[in-house]
Write a protein of this length. Structure first.
Length: 255
């Protein structure tokens, strides 16, 4: 059953009036680097944190839409291991956002059958952040709809180093042989062990790099970039990304 693109249709000219999404060809897992909050705020003479706050509202809209479309997993890069270098005021604000988001939005997530998950070094997060996120994870643990996966204090290189250490320990303790180490064994030690790899990566704000995000997992993903800053991203851009994704040919190295 084709899905119409109501948001894109409202926004654009007549060329796209007949575009449709094929439900069968939707990506199962979409990962997003939500970039440009600071520049968005600066361009309006506002403090950077105002951009993050507006960015949080966009998260709500995109989560809602991804869930309605029947996407399985949405992974959002909310805080990287490098983001600790930012001014304390900004870090403190970013660390409060998950709590603020969940305080207002958890009932809707539960109603929509969304399961909250995280990837990243959870232990290093402030207590109030951990508490709010853990509560959301616990209360949604049995939900079977969209997996809303926040990358919080996440860094891909660190994730891989930790995986290597765990595999080495298993060899050292005689649990596995070196010959048993393969892609699947390595993948099983990543934060994303239980998740299918992303089919589509979206990055906003015009930057075209991965910034230490899911370096292993994105090996065969399709990339979609837009110049739009994250606070200006909306359902119509999401629809366009999904539409473009459906028209890519994924060959995984074959022909
Ligand atoms: C990058 O933009 C964005 C971040 C480091 C934070 C992203 C966080 C949100 C969008 C809100 C998250 C919401 C929840 C619910 C956790 P930037 O600040 O680097 O922008 P710039 O490149 O323009 O400076």
């Amino acid at each position: 059953m084709p899905i119409k693109l109501p948001f894109l249709k409202n926004k654009s000219n007549t060329n796209i009036q007949n575009l449709r999404l094929d439900k069968e060809l939707l990506p199962c897992h979409v990962a997003i680097i939500m970039d440009g909050n600071g520049r968005w705020a600066k361009s309006r003479g506002m403090p950077r944190i105002a951009g993050h706050k507006e960015g949080m509202n966009v998260v709500k809209r995109i989560v809602r839409y991804a869930s309605d479309l029947g996407i399985d997993i949405l992974t959002l890069y909310a805080f990287s291991t490098e983001n600790w270098k930012r001014p304390k005021k900004e870090v403190d604000f970013l660390m409060k956002l998950p709590m603020e988001f969940l305080n207002t939005y958890l009932p809707e997530l539960i109603e929509k059958n969304v399961r909250v998950e995280t990837i990243g070094d959870f232990d290093r997060l402030p207590e109030h952040t951990k508490k709010a996120v853990q509560e959301a994870k616990d209360r949604t643990a049995d939900n079977t709809g969209l997996i809303l996966n926040f990358a919080l204090n996440y860094g891909s290189r660190n994730e891989m180093i930790e995986a290597v250490k765990q595999v080495a320990k298993q060899v050292q303790e005689g649990e596995i042989n070196i010959q048993d180490i393969d892609e699947s064994c390595f993948t099983d030690h990543l934060f994303t062990a239980d998740l299918k790899e992303p089919d589509l990566l979206i990055r906003t704000s015009g930057e075209q790099r991965l910034s230490n995000f899911l370096l292993w997992q994105l090996a065969y993903s399709e990339f979609w970039f837009t110049d739009v800053f994250w606070p200006d991203f909306d359902e119509s851009y999401f629809e366009k990304a999904l539409y473009d994704y459906q028209n890519r040919k994924r060959r995984y190295g074959g022909i």
